[in-house]
Design a protein around this ligand. Structure first.
Ligand SMILES: [Fe+2]
Ligand SMILES: [Fe+2]
Length: 171
């Protein structure tokens, strides 16, 4: 699994590089939503989901938990998404949650973040097809920035918490 973690860390760097240099945002969404997150969900998460050490937390878990409790960044975007739906934006299709992902499992946190990223990415995809519309003007730039902010924090959290724990355990 060390090779897998190395590969996933490399993909994080590719995503961060794309955020700084790629002008076509849809290409970033495609890589994250169709390549990177499925790889984590199919190859990493199920392999460690039942490890007892998972609930001990990694070095930066408390820090990120604090940010979540204090600022609830995802919750703030969800409020905006509800306004977008109320304005007529189409709702995203449901995200497949695997059976091991109970609310008690610590991996439900990154899984929930993937589900959130998927929802937000669907809104961005829709808006990108509506360039020139009122909806586009109202939400596209904001959601793009929200997705970028979400992604940077999600990556930092995985690099500093989950992946570090896996590497320490010699996964
Ligand atoms: Fe992830
Ligand atoms: Fe990741």
């Amino acid at each position: 699994m060390i090779d897998l973690l190395k590969k996933l860390r490399e993909e994080h760097q590719i995503i961060l590089h794309m955020l700084d240099h790629e002008s076509d945002f849809i290409k970033i969404l495609d890589f994250v939503e169709k390549v990177h997150h499925p790889k984590e969900e199919q190859e990493l998460f199920p392999g460690v989901a039942h490890e007892p050490w998972l609930s001990h937390g990694g070095p930066l878990c408390t820090y990120y938990r604090g940010i979540q409790l204090e600022f609830s960044p995802i919750q703030q975007v969800k409020v905006k998404l509800e306004k977008y739906y109320a304005d007529g934006g189409p709702r995203s299709d449901a995200y497949a949650i695997p059976s091991w992902c109970t609310p008690q499992n610590p991996l439900s946190i990154p899984m929930e973040e993937h589900a959130f990223g998927h929802e937000l990415s669907q809104a961005i995809r829709y808006l990108s097809s509506q360039e020139g519309s009122e909806m586009y003007a109202k939400y596209f730039k904001i959601f793009k920035q929200d997705y970028e902010d979400f992604l940077r924090q999600h990556i930092a959290k995985e690099d500093g918490c989950l992946f570090k724990m896996c590497e320490r355990r010699g996964c």
